[in-house]
Design a protein around this ligand. Structure first.
Ligand code: ATP
Length: 355
């Protein structure tokens, strides 16, 4: 089922939590709502669910205006960061709960409930835990049970609010891969709130970047990462180096180096900033004729396949972060303290008011 929100506005007192948000969530896809704390992700999710009313705007479920319909009629399944499973009920009963509270004429028989719960437990790969109680489960197991419980009533939409937020990094990683596989099996239209960019980029079909109640960009993980629409998106989706300078007729003069900025062919001596990811920086040993920015290698540490270099620009002491392969690092035999020349291989320039 597709979801569409149109011109959603929401204030809390004088604070604008959502500012004219319009978005499309395609049927069967997993969309990540990504943004810093307080940008309005949860508020949007709650409005889609019907737990919160917008001040203006509409929510369409499957093309129908659902703005007036109750949370129960919207048939959404939820998983929250701290999903309170019923502690006094077994895992089996927790999952069965949504089926047992259905009106009598829609309630499945006992044997149907058993079949359904066991198949959900198999789906989340925890059938061996059916008789345990929530306090006897790990955090990751609890979230998988929470998901099975949300799926039991066959929701048309699945809303996940930082479902793995409370778990440690390793379990989080495992669970997000598991969630992706599960989604590929079920294809329930899902919206996943997170402030973790790595999680969003790895799991989602579509990523919505939010900032201060507005949508900054929407696109595939590849699009938002490789073609960020704004300085905010650039900065939010990973480490980035900024090179300040003047942009003139498609060239950014960043002090010591001229960098192509073809998007700004019409610029006339405008202020601009070049955004460069650490892995898009080339380094070589200093020589008088090498073109680039002169910098001193302050610190280097090579763990695994990548070496991280912390460099300090000779002209203005700005720190530059570069990531090169450990192979290249070994080849160069770099020493901390030595002088290097760095060159952005790929950059994106934002001019004037955009910066
Ligand atoms: P986080 O990642 O921290 O959960 P979020 O992006 O999900 O953040 P929201 O929970 O949607 O953010 O909140 C958006 C803003 O609205 C925040 O500044 C929050 O303080 C405010 N807000 C949310 N709910 C209420 C409320 N019931 N009353 C007043 N302000 C609220």
């Amino acid at each position: 089922m597709g979801i569409e929100v149109k011109n959603i506005n929401k204030r809390f007192g004088s604070f604008v939590a959502l500012d004219n948000v319009s978005l499309n969530f395609p049927p069967g896809e997993l969309t990540a709502l990504l943004g810093p704390s307080g940008c309005g992700k949860t508020t949007l999710l709650r409005i889609i669910a019907g737990l919160e009313q917008p001040d203006a705007g509409q929510v369409f479920l499957d093309g129908e205006d659902a703005s007036g319909s109750h949370v129960r009629e919207r048939q959404v399944g939820f998983v929250f960061q701290h999903y309170a499973l019923f502690k006094h009920m077994s895992v089996f009963e927790n999952i069965a709960f949504g089926l047992r509270v259905k009106p009598r004429n829609q309630r499945p028989s006992e044997s149907e409930i058993r079949k359904k719960v066991m198949s959900l437990l198999e789906l989340v790969q925890l059938d061996w835990l059916a008789d345990r109680f929530p306090p006897q489960l790990s955090g990751g197991q609890r979230q998988r049970i929470a998901l099975a419980r949300a799926l039991a009533v066959e929701p048309r939409v699945l809303l996940l609010d930082e479902p793995f937020g409370a778990l440690d990094a390793k379990v989080r990683k495992e669970l997000r891969r598991w969630l992706r596989r599960l989604h590929d099996e079920l294809h329930v239209t899902s919206i996943f709130v997170t402030h973790d960019q790595e999680e969003a980029l790895e799991v989602a079909d579509q990523v919505v970047l939010m900032n201060k109640g507005r949508v900054e960009q929407i696109g595939s993980p590849d699009q938002v990462y490789n073609q960020p629409a704004s300085p905010f998106v650039y900065g939010f989706l990973g480490n980035v180096n900024l090179f300040h300078g003047r942009v003139h007729e498609g060239v950014l003069d960043a002090g010591g180096i001229s960098l192509e900025a073809p998007d700004h062919a019409a610029a006339r001596d405008a202020q601009g900033i070049g955004f460069v990811r650490p892995h898009d920086i080339e380094v070589e040993r200093y020589s008088a004729d090498a073109e680039g920015i002169v910098a001193r290698l302050r610190r280097a540490h090579a763990i695994g396949p990548l070496a991280q270099l912390e460099l300090e620009r000779a002209d203005n002491a700005q720190l530059i972060e570069a990531v090169i392969s450990t192979e290249r690092y070994a080849q160069l035999a770099l020493q901390e303290g030595e002088t290097l020349v760095v060159r952005p291989k790929r950059l994106r320039v934002f001019v004037d008011e955009a910066v």
